[in-house]
Ligand binder design. Structure first.
Ligand code: DC
Length: 229
């Protein structure tokens, strides 16, 4: 088992950027677990499922499906369809762009409350640390997936600050969104991600808390690196 730096926090607190840079700096692998939830949600939506479907139906729809990272990209592979002659189905489909829309984020949040989805992704996430040192970021890294992580952090920021960040990230990707819509998205996700029954977002007692609202990226990195010493 490798060393795990676990980072949790609400949507838009800057976890991904910070985690990626810390991983690069330390030579650790970066595990973006939100991307896994987004890819699973994309698959379930394509199968026509939504929040009303039961865990059993979701489990069925995930049979033979794998989600994985390769060269920093996210892939979705549906092994149940391998009999067809489409080469994309053999090597997996690169869904890295498609999972970044607000709709994909919304459904990732909706489906992530389902036990069938959390069960499906639990081992995949833990396996990532078997042979590698990793920086894992998400909502339940410090509490459920890696409760014995080497170091734990909780990154937070004001609602407004996080909405601004979300807005800018989507704009940079060429996705059109109004500031009010970004704020609404952040609010809705906060409520859903922290009020669900299974593995809700919460601050672990032993996680180092960093409020990033008034900090530059360099300042946040500095604080994390200091705490790792
Ligand atoms: O971090 P993100 O915005 O890419 O995550 C998308 C959604 O996935 C988030 O709103 C809740 C869910 N998620 C989760 O429940 N647990 C995780 N460890 C990571 C993400």
């Amino acid at each position: 088992m490798g060393k795990v730096i676990a980072i949790d926090g609400p949507s838009g607190a800057g976890k991904s950027t910070v985690s990626r840079l810390i991983a690069e700096k330390l030579g650790f692998q970066f595990l973006d677990t939100g991307a896994l939830y987004r890819a699973v949600a994309l698959h379930l939506r394509r199968k026509g499922l939504d929040a009303d479907n039961t865990d059993e139906e979701i489990r069925d729809a995930l049979k033979g499906v794998s989600v994985f990272f390769k060269d920093g990209r996210v892939f979705l592979k549906d092994n149940s369809r391998l009999k067809t002659q489409n080469s994309e189905l053999f090597s997996g489909e690169d869904v890295s762009e498609e999972i970044r829309t607000t709709e994909a984020g919304h459904y990732a949040s909706v489906f992530s409350a389902k036990k069938a989805v959390r069960d499906f992704l639990l081992q995949i996430q833990r396996d990532a640390a078997i042979e590698n040192d990793i920086v894992a970021e998400g909502r339940d890294m410090t509490t459920v997936v890696f409760p014995n992580a080497w170091k734990k952090f909780y990154l937070d920021a004001s609602e407004e600050g996080r909405a601004k960040r979300r807005y800018q990230q989507l704009k940079d990707k060429g996705i059109d969104i109004a500031m009010e819509a970004a704020l609404k998205d952040v609010r809705e996700r906060d409520i859903r991600d922290s009020s669900r029954d299974i593995a809700p977002l919460k601050r672990a007692d032993d996680a180092i808390y960093i409020d990033t609202t008034d900090l530059s990226l360099d300042e946040v990195l500095e604080r994390v690196l200091q705490s790792l010493k």
